[in-house]
Design a protein around this ligand. Structure first.
Ligand code: FNR
Length: 415
């Protein structure tokens, strides 16, 4: 109501309301490399497009005269009521697009009344983000090659008050991303998105070992590295001031690249999780019903159907197509979340009607952050929630489960 009223009384929003305009505007304010990193996908970006096309294959069939004056979209996740069926997907290296990065994201999420999943590759330590995420937060984990580091991250998440841990399975190694490759760009190699690591005592030990290791062939930073570091210190006054002198930050980046993800991750590792943390565990990146079943067999508490926004396997199945099979396999025993391609309230309505417990919003909030910081994040989220509520009202649904859908399958030769 508030969003709509503001719109019709001539108050212009801080960020564009529809996704295409939002993305266009964000592109303006972001550097070329930041935009490529955020917008880009794996390979030919077929899966980025397929994620969207999958939503367009489901049509809402509005039902009339059902007297739905009050709608309820709240959900319970791991014993906690969420006013809205939406969380912010974990997105790393947002220090690439905004100086206050995850701090602003947490404030925006809190303002909009939704939980945030804090990336393992955030621009700030989770301990600094947590107090700002007053509507709740979960901690995302990339399984490190160092088990000690995994345990440290889990303990920190517990101590800082995370509501769950989300283990991302689909990024045992980075996907093939031509846009980044062409620009020679990996934010982490520039010291962005590694604050969870550089603030970690176990990581500090590992980095110290790297720094103390055999002298490198070229102890002096290259001119390109100097330029990069100068650029970083412009955006982060003080934080990287000693980069050019101290060997530790270089060791930190090298150590990060060595430890951030375990290529051999298997079900055996997942089996150890139950004894390592008391937090509810969500597996992110599940696309096959059998993997969902197996997750539950391994004591996992929830699954997130995701293909990482089409950034990992080009040509992989769109998440909305994978959702019904996973929902059937899980059979109400655990929450099933979905991300990858959610751009609007109408998208959220369709995913929820197909059985998702909640959806995660990805790239749209990054664009809101780039344009207007915390206020931009809040507005992007509130726009999606407002449209979801309106969609339910107009579709004759009191809850998302009441939304009626039909598949859209054009036949050859039809107009
Ligand atoms: C991601 N994603 C991601 N996932 C994760 O588990 N940890 C991370 O650090 C990141 N980082 C990240 C950076 C960027 C720039 C993007 C776009 C995505 C994946 C993210 O959580 C989510 O799965 C996708 O963003 C969903 O796709 P859409 O809706 O953004 O297209």
């Amino acid at each position: 109501d508030e969003v709509y009223r503001a719109g019709i009384t001539g108050r212009r929003p801080a960020v564009p309301t529809a996704f295409p305009a939002l993305e266009r505007r964000a592109r303006w304010v972001m550097s070329r490399r930041a935009h490529a990193y955020v917008a880009g996908g794996a390979g030919s970006e077929e899966t980025v497009r397929a994620n969207r096309a999958a939503f367009e294959r489901w049509r809402i069939v509005p039902r009339m005269l059902r007297g739905v004056g009050e709608r309820d979209t709240s959900v319970e996740l791991f014993g906690r009521r969420h006013e809205h069926p939406l969380l912010l997907a974990p997105i790393g290296a947002t220090d690439l697009v905004h100086r206050r990065a995850d701090l602003a994201v947490a404030e925006g999420a809190a303002h909009a009344g939704v939980s945030m999943i804090v990336s393992n590759q955030a621009g700030f330590p989770m301990e600094e983000i947590a107090p700002r995420a007053t509507a709740g937060w979960w901690s995302q984990l990339y399984w490190s090659t160092s088990d000690d580091l995994v345990d440290s991250f889990l303990q920190r998440a517990e101590a800082a008050g995370a509501g769950a841990v989300v283990v991302t399975l689909d990024t045992t190694t980075l996907g093939w991303r031509p846009r980044d490759l062409d620009l020679g760009h990996l934010p982490f190699a520039r010291g962005l998105g590694i604050a969870q690591y550089t603030s970690d005592p176990v990581f500090a030990r590992l980095a110290q070992e790297t720094a103390d290791g055999p002298r490198r062939a070229s102890p002096r930073p290259t001119p390109a590295a100097v330029r990069t570091l100068l650029e970083i210190s412009r955006h982060h006054p003080g934080r990287f001031a000693d980069n050019l002198r101290s060997p530790l930050p270089r060791a930190a980046v090298e150590t990060f690249l060595r430890v951030y993800s375990r290529p051999t991750l298997s079900w055996d590792d997942i089996a150890t999780l139950r004894s390592r943390t008391r937090l509810p565990v969500v597996l992110k990146g599940v696309l096959h019903p059998d993997d969902a079943r197996r997750a539950l067999d391994h004591g996992v508490d929830g699954v997130l159907v995701s293909n990482h926004g089409g950034r990992q396997v080009d040509g992989s199945v769109p998440t909305l197509d994978a959702l019904p099979g996973v929902v059937e396999a899980v059979d109400g025993r655990a929450p099933v979340l979905l991300d990858s391609g959610v751009r609007s309230g109408a998208d959220a309505a369709r995913a929820l009607a197909l059985g998702a417990t909640a959806v995660c919003l990805g790239r749209p909030w990054v664009y809101g952050l780039a344009i207007a910081g915390a206020a931009g994040v809040a507005q992007v989220v509130r726009d999606v929630l407002a449209e979801l509520d309106l969609t339910l009202a107009l579709a004759g649904a009191r809850t998302p489960a009441d939304v009626e859908l039909e598949p859209f399958a054009p036949s050859f030769g039809s107009a």
